[in-house]
Design a protein around this ligand. Structure first.
Ligand code: S3P
Length: 448
């Protein structure tokens, strides 16, 4: 089932070269944070390039329910009149975050230190995902949570009336957990300290500093120690959202595996905490170049140029790189099928609790398309068949997971036979223009 309707089966046929310019939408992580931090600020935050995917639209709706004035001015331009730190109103309706783990987890953190209650739910995928990783730290601030067995949604959070600051060591590599704790810390008096053993995407830290919070980051033997001083007055900002490197991965990788391709993907955010896929692809021998490197809105940005790469070889992806490419393993496993030799992806058990169990979803779908895949709880190994040798011809289940659906659509472009997914509907959560954008490059996608 798609998140908001009947399933949309899709087929991707083998196609000729992909060529042209692929202008992918705004960054999903930064889009969620722009709306949430805008809602917690005083004044009018102006956002351009906002990702208008279902996930982010659900966060916009949620911010309205908490009292912010969120306006869509068209063309990716939005404004948010915030209520200030501690100013959230109690929503009079259930907050439905759809498919979005980032949305629900960050918002739970943001409201956990206000004296209000809110009930959260989401689609079948989100209702199956663990929320204990958020309810544990917010309980230390004094918030209470009442959810289903195993810490699942629907769940009611009662925010702390008299929050206390916390010192929290994030037990798994998760930018969502780190961010939820920092957002909760905003309305606690004193200093909240978050420690992460492995660096994860740092947009929350960067943006909190941009909105005027007092926040410092120190690399120590214990890990990255982030210290936030609570109860700041956040100042409204003008935000230009860079294009999403995780969305760019699809046209880039499709070009690498489709004969004769040459695709330019301009203006991609290449924050080092997000760019692990591109490092990995270059190590595999991909013809991938960064052009016109620059800094925009405080984030490093470049134009990516990807050309067909028949000489790629499998590698062992360093596990310590996992956090910087966590959303890109599904599409990397597709590229790995077209490389010569084994690609070993280790240290990736977090993939099992994403929108779907991504190790299982990719392994099963790749096997049905003629590719050998081994999996353990924490790893996936793809046995590459080399260029022009991937049979395809199979069907994959997308399990309400946008990145699984798009990965298999890309697989079909370079395979010998068409690849089907049972439901391409979830693609709209993060990349609503995927089909027309890929079609313009030369992909043959069909809804059937
Ligand atoms: C995100 C963090 C990651 C990532 C997700 C977006 C964020 O999740 O998979 O797509 O914006 O903070 P985890 O925090 O679970 O690793």
């Amino acid at each position: 089932m798609s998140s908001h309707g009947t399933p949309i089966p899709m087929t991707s046929y083998p196609c000729g070269p992909l060529s042209g310019v692929a202008e992918v939408p705004g960054d999903k992580s930064i889009s969620h944070r722009s709306l949430i931090l805008g809602a917690l600020s005083v004044g009018e935050t102006k956002i351009s390039g906002l990702l208008e995917g279902e996930d982010v639209l659900d966060t916009a709706k949620a911010m309205r329910a908490f009292g912010a004035e969120v306006t869509d001015h068209g063309g990716g331009n939005w404004s948010v009149h915030g209520v200030g730190v501690g100013g959230f109103a109690e929503p009079d309706q259930v907050i439905d975050c759809g498919n979005s783990g980032t949305g629900v987890r960050l918002i739970m953190g943001a409201m956990a230190t206000s004296p209000i209650a809110a009930t959260f739910t989401g689609d079948a995928s989100l209702r199956g995902r663990p929320m204990g990783r958020i309810t544990d730290p917010i309980s230390e601030f004094g918030a209470a949570s009442y959810g289903r067995e195993g810490g699942r949604l629907p769940m009611t959070i009662v925010g702390a009336a008299q929050p206390v600051p916390v010192r929290y060591v994030v037990p798994m590599p998760s930018a969502q957990v780190k961010s939820a704790v920092l957002l909760a810390g905003l309305n606690a008096p004193g200093q909240t300290v978050v420690i992460e053993k492995e660096a994860t995407r740092d947009h929350t830290e960067r943006m909190l500093a941009g909105f005027g919070a007092e926040i410092s980051v120190e690399d120590t033997d214990e890990g990255r120690v982030i210290t936030l001083t609570g109860q700041p007055e956040l100042q409204a900002q003008t935000i230009v959202v860079p294009r999403d490197p995780s969305s760019a991965a699809f046209p880039v990788c499709a070009a690498l595996i489709t004969k004769g391709s040459d695709v330019l993907v301009p203006g991609i955010g290449l924050n080092p905490t997000r760019a692990g896929l591109y490092t990995t692809l270059r190590e595999m021998g991909a013809d991938l170049t960064y052009e016109n490197e620059r800094v925009e809105g405080g984030e490093p940005v470049a134009d990516l140029r990807a050309r067909y790469s028949p000489d790629m070889t499998g590698i062992a992806v360093p596990p310590e790189r996992a956090a910087s490419m966590i959303d890109e393993y599904p599409i990397l496993s597709v590229v790995a099928a077209f490389a010569t030799g084994k690609t070993v992806m280790d240290g990736v058990k977090e993939l099992r609790v994403k929108e779907s169990d991504r190790i299982d979803a990719m392994a099963v779908g790749l096997r049905s398309n003629g590719i050998t895949v081994d999996e353990t709880e924490d790893s996936m190994t793809v046995h590459g068949l080399g260029p022009e040798s991937v049979p395809g011809g199979g069907e994959a289940a997308s399990h309400l997971d946008h990145r699984i659906a798009m990965s298999f659509m890309c697989l079909g472009m370079g395979s010998q036979n068409a690849v089907r997914v049972d439901d391409g509907g979830p693609i709209a959560t993060s990349f609503p223009i995927f089909e027309p954008l890929m079609a313009r490059l030369g992909a043959k996608l069909e809804r059937a």
